[in-house]
Design a protein around this ligand. Structure first.
Ligand SMILES: *Cc1c(COP(=O)(O)O)cnc(C)c1O
Length: 371
């Protein structure tokens, strides 16, 4: 019996029937470059510090955690202040189990039945997914050629549809390009609803953060995560910066004690090692830029990337290319965009393995040549 047939299917919300769950393949392959993780595991020093911090936290595990995660939010505010140059205080920062939970809380509070969320596609598929899960109508708008956004056009479409929530993803997943601050300003000015800038990959970009635009913009929200640059995907920690009124609104929908004692302690400990964790960012960017130039050398189209991944194409049969790479031990992401594939920048060795597998595939299969 599946959720598509039988009794359960009859009981399931109509708007969820026939949907497929989010699912990047988790395959046991030598080179995994499909989920934009940081390839460098934590140092032994950090692991030790984490273990000690968690052991300490475990002593009070009979008690519920701090519901409002004040200590962790203070650390996150300090990190954002330091890294963006925009002073933020604890009341402007909120944290949850991954930025996906942050996005879900935002849509629970500001979306929902009868409301709409607009996004510029192709973009992070979870924006649509979470919209659907919260019964928020999804309004997809196509990006310009080259996957660009332009202030005038973006503002126009936002003004026309007047969505309750607008998502801007910068750098954008899966295309890799960042959104100019002018676009964010124009969209904000045109929007009546909440404007959410998903900055999951901000640390890989040299551009200014949308955090610098928060002052005086009560409806602007910037979401971040420790899953990518911070090499902390397994711990599940995402956060946002916004007006304190937005944070207060999320308290209405968050589950009490949503962030465990262990998550809060581990994230605070990791933030103590921020410089060390982020030191790998430069190494990742070197491999990203190497992939861009070598793939262009192979005659492929590659979108400029401000993130830790690269969108490349165009293939007549991207599924065939994906399988060909997998057969050679390299897992990349088929993001469902005809002609294109996405690859995460890994270590130098992983990147070499990917480029080698790609070259071999292109040399041996006519169908995999750029189309
Ligand atoms: C990976 C990613 C996230 C992060 O999700 P977490 O729940 O924090 O792991 C958020 N937004 C985008 C665009 C991403 O690619």
């Amino acid at each position: 019996m599946t959720a598509r047939t039988g009794e359960v299917a009859r009981l399931l919300r109509e708007d969820l029937r026939g949907r497929t769950p989010y699912g990047a393949p988790q395959l046991d392959v030598a080179v995994r470059l499909n989920t934009n993780e940081n390839p460098y595991p934590p140092s032994p020093g950090l692991v030790e510090h984490l273990a000690a911090t968690v052991a300490d936290a475990a002593r009070s595990m009979n008690r519920y955690p701090d519901r409002d995660a004040l200590a962790l939010r203070t650390d996150l505010a300090a990190y954002l202040t330091r890294s963006t140059g925009t002073p933020l205080d604890v009341a402007q920062v909120w944290a949850a189990n991954g930025s996906n939970e942050i996005l879900q809380q935002l849509l629970q509070a500001f979306g929902g039945p009868g409301r709409t969320a607009l996004g510029f596609e192709p973009t992070y598929s979870m924006h649509q997914h979470i919209a659907t899960a919260t019964s928020t109508r999804w309004l997809p708008v196509e990006r310009l050629p080259g996957f660009a956004l332009e202030p005038g056009a973006a503002a126009l479409v936002v003004n026309e549809h007047a969505p309750d929530v607008v998502f801007l993803c910068s750098p954008n997943n899966p295309t890799g390009n960042a959104v100019d601050l002018e676009v964010i300003e124009a969209v904000y000015a045109a929007a009546r609803g909440l404007v959410v800038v998903d900055e999951a990959y901000a640390e890989f970009s040299d551009r200014p953060s949308a955090v610098s635009l928060l002052d005086g913009r009560e409806r602007l929200v910037v979401t971040r995560t420790m899953s990518k640059a911070f090499a902390f995907a397994g711990a599940r920690l995402g956060y946002l910066a916004a007006d304190p009124a937005v944070v207060e609104a999320l308290l209405l929908v968050r589950l009490p004690y949503h962030l465990s004692v262990l998550s809060q302690a581990a994230a605070s400990a990791a933030l103590d090692h921020a410089d060390e964790l982020l030191a790998t960012v430069d190494a990742v960017k070197v491999q990203r830029d190497r992939m861009v130039s070598e793939m262009r050398g192979l005659g492929l189209d590659v979108v400029d990337s401000d993130a830790n991944f690269v969108l490349f194409g165009e293939f007549g049969d991207e599924r065939g290319t994906w399988q060909g790479l997998l057969d050679r031990g390299v897992l990349v992401r088929d993001v469902g965009l005809p002609g294109w594939l996405r690859v995460t920048a890994g270590t130098e060795d992983e990147t070499t393995a990917f480029l080698e597998a790609l070259r071999q595939g292109m040399a041996t299969t006519d169908g995999e040549a750029p189309g």
